[in-house]
Ligand binder design. Structure first.
Ligand code: F6P
Length: 325
């Protein structure tokens, strides 16, 4: 019987831990006696045929590095069937009959479409947004959160020296997970997330109450996807500065949050999920996402998670408000 051949790609926004996941796919695949290929630059590279064999040594010394050494991309055109057909033909020309897709929502939508076209595909949940259904936590979010926290802690230092109010915007697309967790762990006075709209005047009252209670600083964490994001809140507070009597300094963390070296949690999560992905292919199960549930690996059909919104635990927002007193 000929050797099985599988490929691995990373797609969408990169996330710390993607390299650890690639390494685990390659080495667990080789341990099963398979040949493993790496697809460069996500679905773009798949369509352009950028597919090369990967050996165990090719993935040496990447475990601890952020980003993805295979490269990543967003390819909106992948939703078109003829574009996907080109990608599928590039795999079959090389005799590849299995694919591991490491990425978030958009990437797993592409994975589902390939699976429906008959390719054995498994997904590995990876995005700093932690908005993917089918898993409690995704690869990269823990490291991104720690980067946001480091920035928040530093801002608190200078905020205290100057008795200032600071607003920090974090990523997360339409999901408030990063902002809420950063707000709780960073001791924010207020957290603004898409899942619970907050009017600027409510934030102003919270900040004023913080001064009244004698706090030396005030801190607001805002999710980029909130209706009142950093730009909108900055405009409001600039307009109302005279009436409110304080300045709000704004820091937008942006892509800084994605570029870190993965911490222990993300390296381990990535390794476990990616190893589970090759096990899944070996069992002949596919069209599934590898995720984590109550500490255990859980596989969920891609068609049950694609297009779904993972609910945020809003009891944690109540807790944040209590703790901010
Ligand atoms: O999905 C990850 C993410 O970092 C989001 O938090 C953010 O909205 C988006 O990607 C930014 O995308 P890009 O890197 O394409 O600007």
């Amino acid at each position: 019987m000929s050797t099985r051949k599988i490929a691995v790609l990373t797609s969408g926004g990169d996330a710390p831990g993607m390299n650890a996941a690639i390494r685990a796919v390659v080495r667990t695949g080789i341990a099963k006696g398979w040949e493993v290929f790496g697809v460069r630059n996500g679905y773009s590279g798949l369509v352009e045929g950028q597919i090369d064999p990967l050996g165990a040594r090719d993935v040496g010394n990447i475990l601890q590095r952020g980003g993805t050494f295979l490269g990543s991309a967003r390819l909106p055109g992948f939703k078109d069937e003829p574009v996907r057909a080109t990608g599928l033909a590039n795999l079959s020309d090389r005799g590849i009959d299995g694919l591991v897709v490491i990425g978030g929502n958009g990437s797993q939508t592409g994975a589902l479409a390939l699976s429906r076209a008959g390719l054995p595909v498994v997904g590995v949940a990876s995005t700093i947004d932690n908005d993917l259904a089918g898993t409690e936590i995704t690869i990269g979010v823990d490291t991104a959160l720690n980067i946001a926290l480091e920035a928040i802690d530093r801002l608190r230092v200078t905020a205290s020296s100057h008795k200032r109010a600071f607003l920090v915007e974090v990523m997360g697309r339409n999901c408030g997970y990063l902002a809420l967790m950063a707000g709780i762990a960073g001791g924010a006075d207020s957290v603004v997330i898409p899942e619970a709209d907050t009017e600027p005047e409510v934030i102003a009252q919270i900040l004023q109450a913080a001064w009244t209670r004698g706090k030396p600083h005030a801190l607001v964490v805002v999710a980029e996807g909130a209706r009142h994001n950093a730009v909108k809140l900055a405009q409001h507070f600039e307009r109302e500065k005279g009436r409110l009597g304080f300045d709000l300094r704004v820091t937008t963390l942006g892509h800084v949050q994605r570029g870190g070296e993965p911490g222990a949690f993300d390296r381990l999560l990535a390794t476990r999920l990616a190893a589970a992905a090759t096990d899944c292919l070996e069992r002949g199960e596919h069209g599934r996402l590898m995720g984590l549930w109550q500490g255990q690996i859980r596989t969920t059909p891609l068609d049950e998670i694609v297009g779904q919104t993972k609910p945020l635990d809003l009891s944690l927002l109540k807790l944040q408000k209590v703790l901010a007193q």
